[in-house]
Each structure stands twice: as structure tokens, then as C-alpha cells.
Design a protein. Sequence first.
Length: 246
Amino acid sequence: MTRLIFRRSITVAAACGFLALAACSQQGQDQNAQSQADAAKAQAQAEVEQANNELQTYRQALQTKNDEAAAQLGEDIVQHFPSSDAAKEVQQTLPQIEQRWKETSEKRRLAALWTYQVAPMEGGTQSTASLYSTRPSGDRAVRLVLRRHTKWGESIFLFGNGHGFVCKGNCVLQAQFDGKAHPLRAFLPTTGEPAIFIRDDKPFLDAMEKTKRIVIDAELQDGGKQELVFETGGYDPSKWTELGKK
């Protein structure tokens, strides 16, 4: 009888122990879940604050018309905080800002392709506006040159490498201005430079100022037939100095 009571006591103690352990385990799980919930809440609050801070900077960029900064900030907000109120506000203006910045960037790129210079040249002074072809490029690039010279007057020519171009007498270069056919009469210089001159320079200029892309089919003595591509859309006539004017 005493042994039976002892065994029952052990069984009851063990049961109590298991119940206490289960209770402790459940309590630990509850505490862990609460900790995770608190951490997630704190992180969410931190993200809201960060999104709002970036939103304030985005608004300031809009006010100062800094499209580059606004586009970068707006993209960051939408990418990292897509479901935030800040992202919803940004999305109302971001497409227009990105489009405007894209257009501005392209204008700057095209403008940077041109080089304008005024310098002494063979007993006179010359003013040039020039850009290199985007195709071919590198060492094989051809330069389009607009030139004013105090002695030689105004001229337009292509300047290449090697032995220059193939052209017999007055030849015609097949060209396209923004995809529209625009044949160009041309001739080689008698002095032997690797260049070819456009005969009708004023009509060329008038057409070029309205054109973003000129493609010219030419034949080079060292390279055979070539398609020359010039991105002319960034030309600024005010930067091509007119000589003789104060």
C-alpha cells in the first residue's frame, strides 16, 4: 500500500513537471512571437519614417526643379517602400519627372558631341563647329566640320583618316536627314587632305538645324563604302562664332 501511494506520488509529480514544462514552453513561444511582432512593428515604423524623410527631400527637389535628384529619389521610394503613402504620392508626379529628365539628359548628351573653336589658321582665323560620327566610331570615326575662315569663307566638309574619300569631279553622296532622302553634291579638295567638301553648304546648314540624325553613304579610299552616322540634334548655331563681328 505504501509503495502504491509512493508510485502515485511520483506519477503526480511527473505529471505536474510535464505540465509546468509545457506551460514554460508555451510562455516562451508566446514571448518569442511577441518579440518578433514588436521587432516587425518597429521595423515598419522605421521604414515609414525613412519613406517620409525621403518624401520631404523629393518635394524639395520638385520645388527647386531638380529633376535629376527628384527622379532618383522617387525611384528609390517606389522601389523600397512600394506600399507606403509616400510611394502613392510620388507615383502621381514621378512619370512626368522621369520623362522630363530623360529628355534633358538626351539634349545634354547631344550638345556635348559638338566642339566649337576659334583659332589662327594659315594666315587667318577660323571658327569651327564639329562633331565625330557615332558610326563608325573610335579610330575610324569621321568628323563633320562647319568652318568659317577670314580668307576662305564658309565651308562644310567631312574629314577622315588615311587617304580620304573617293569622289570623281563633282560627285553625289546619298544621304538621309531623319530618314528622308537628301542627296549631297560634293567634291575633293585640290590640296590632298583626307576630306570631302559639301558643295551646297547653306542648304545643308538650313536642313541640318532641323535634323537630329544624318546618315551619309560615302566611299573611303582605305575602307570601301561606309555608312556615316552623325547625331546632329545638339547643334547650337549661336556657339559657331561669326568672324569679323565684335
